[in-house]
Write a protein that binds this ligand. Structure first.
Ligand code: ATP
Ligand code: MG
Length: 357
C-alpha cells in the first residue's frame, strides 16, 4: 500500500515522540512492503510563532489531502498568556471539526508488565485489563443550545443535551464494529433513568444490538459505570457513550492504568481518514531532554494502521513489539516508579522497539 500521512508534531515533546512513531511506521512499512509518505505541517505554538495562527490553512489543506494524520501535542508555557482564538489548543478543535471527526477511540490497557503502575489493588487488576472507550465527539451537551435566561431564582445559565437517532446510530455502529474485532462485548453507558436524550440513546442502541447478534450487549447508568471502572475494570471490553460521559470516563480509565505515557487515541469521521494522537500533553517539563516515553504515539500509529487502513497484521506487529520490550523490563523514566536503574531515553526505547519489530 502507498499512503500519504500528515505529521502534526506540535510543541514540547511533540517532535520527539512523532519522530519515534515515524521510525516505527517506516520499519513496519519496510517489513510488509508498503510505502508511507510523511509530510510535516505546523500546528499549535510553533505555528503561532511562524505564521501567527495556531492552525494555518496550509495545515488544514495538507491534512485533508492526506490519507491520515498523526499529531504529537500542542501548547506550553510560552503560549499560555495568549487569548481567544490564537491559543494553541484552539488548533485541536479546529482540525477535528475540519476533518469531521465524530468518534473518539480511547483504549485503556494495563499491561501485565506494568501492573504495579496502576493505583488499583493487585486483586482487582490481576494480570492487567484492556478496554476501549468509544466516545461521541461532536454532539450532546458540549454542542447544544446554551445561554442565560430568567429562572425561578433569578438569572440562570443553561446548557442542553440533544441527540438524534442518526448521531446515536453512527457512533453505535463504530462501537459494534470495534467490538466485533475484539472480545465481542459492549456496554453502552447513559443516564436513561433521568435524561430523555439517554432514553433515546438506550432505545437506539438496543435496536442496533439486534443487528449484531454475535456481540454481547448490556447497558449501565453512568454513575454505576464510574464506580464499576475502579471496582472491576476487567468486566469491560468496549464501552460506548456520549460526549460528556465519555470525556469523564475516559480520563478515569486512563488514570487506572497508571501510565499516561502509554495511552493512544484515535478520532474518526465518516471517511477512513483519522487523527491519531497520544492522550498526554506536550510535557514541557521534559521537552528536548530525550526523556519522553514514545510508546503512546507509537501505539497511536498502530491504531492508524488498524482503523484507517485495515492493516491488522501490521498494527499487531507494532503492538507485539511494545509488549516484548516491556516484558524485557525496558522502561523510560515515567514507567520506573522508585527503581534505581537508569531509565531508557526516548531514542533508546524507540531503537528497542525497532529491533523487536
Ligand atoms: P494537557 O496538556 O493535557 O492540558 P498537562 O500539560 O497537564 O495536560 P502533560 O503534558 O500530559 O499534561 O504532562 C503531565 C505530566 O506527565 C508531566 O509531568 C509530563 O512530563 C508527564 N508526561 C506526559 N507525557 C509524557 C510522556 N510521553 N513521557 C513521559 N512523561 C510524560
Ligand atoms: Mg500540556
Amino acid at each position: 500500500m502507498e499512503l500519504k500521512i500528515a505529521l502534526l508534531k506540535g510543541d514540547g515533546i511533540g517532535p520527539e515522540i512523532v519522530d519515534s512513531a515515524v521510525a516505527v511506521l517506516e520499519k513496519t512499512a519496510e517489513k510488509f512492503g508498503h510505502r508511507f509518505i510523511f509530510t510535516p505541517y505546523l500546528i499549535g505554538g510553533c505555528a503561532i510563532d511562524e505564521t501567527s495562527l495556531p492552525l494555518p490553512q496550509e495545515t488544514v489543506d495538507g491534512c485533508l489531502a492526506s490519507d491520515s494524520v498523526i499529531l504529537g501535542a500542542v501548547g506550553g508555557p510560552k503560549w499560555d498568556g495568549l487569548a481567544g482564538d490564537i491559543r494553541p489548543e484552539k488548533a485541536l478543535l479546529g482540525i477535528r471539526s475540519a476533518m469531521g471527526l465524530f468518534t473518539n477511540l480511547r483504549p485503556a490497557k494495563l499491561y501485565p508488565a506494568l501492573r504495579s503502575a496502576s493505583p488499583l489493588k493487585d486483586e482487582i487488576v490481576g494480570d492487567g485489563f484492556d478496554l476501549l472507550i468509544v466516545r461521541e465527539l461532536t454532539g450532546g451537551i458540549y454542542f447544544g443550545e446554551r445561554g442565560y435566561r430568567e429562572g425561578r431564582y433569578g438569572t440562570e445559565a443553561f446548557d442542553t443535551e440533544a441527540y438524534s437517532v442518526t448521531e446515536i446510530e453512527r457512533i453505535g455502529k463504530v462501537a459494534f464494529e470495534a467490538a466485533m474485532k475484539r472480545s465481542k462485548r459492549i456496554c453502552s453507558i447513559d443516564k436513561a433513568n433521568v435524561l430523555e436524550s439517554s432514553r433515546l440513546w438506550r432505545k437506539t442502541m438496543h435496536e442496533l444490538a439486534e443487528k449484531y447478534p454475535d456481540v454481547e450487549y448490556r447497558d449501565m447508568f453512568v454513575d454505576n459505570a464510574a464506580m464499576q471502572l475502579v471496582r472491576d475494570p476487567k468486566q469491560f471490553d468496549v464501552i460506548v457513550t456520549s460526549n460528556m460521559f465519555g470525556d469523564i470516563l475516559s480520563d478515569e480509565a486512563s488514570q487506572i492504568t497508571g501510565s499516561i505515557g502509554m495511552l493512544a487515541s484515535a478520532s474518526l469521521g465518516a471517511s477512513k481518514r483519522g487523527l491519531y494522537e497520544p492522550i498526554h500533553g506536550s510535557a514541557p517539563d521534559i521537552a528536548g531532554k530525550n526523556m519522553a516515553n514514545p510508546i503512546a504515539t507509537i501505539l497511536s500509529g498502530a491504531m492508524m494502521l488498524r482503523y484507517s487502513f485495515g492493516l491488522t497484521a501490521e498494527a499487531g506487529t507494532i503492538e507485539k513489539a511494545v509488549d516484548k520490550v516491556l516484558d524485557q523490563g525496558l522502561r523510560t523514566a515515567d514507567l520506573m516508579g522508585s527503581s534505581l536503574d537508569t531509565p531508557l531515553s526516548c531514542t533508546a526505547m524507540t531503537e528497542a522497539i525497532l529491533k523487536a519489530i
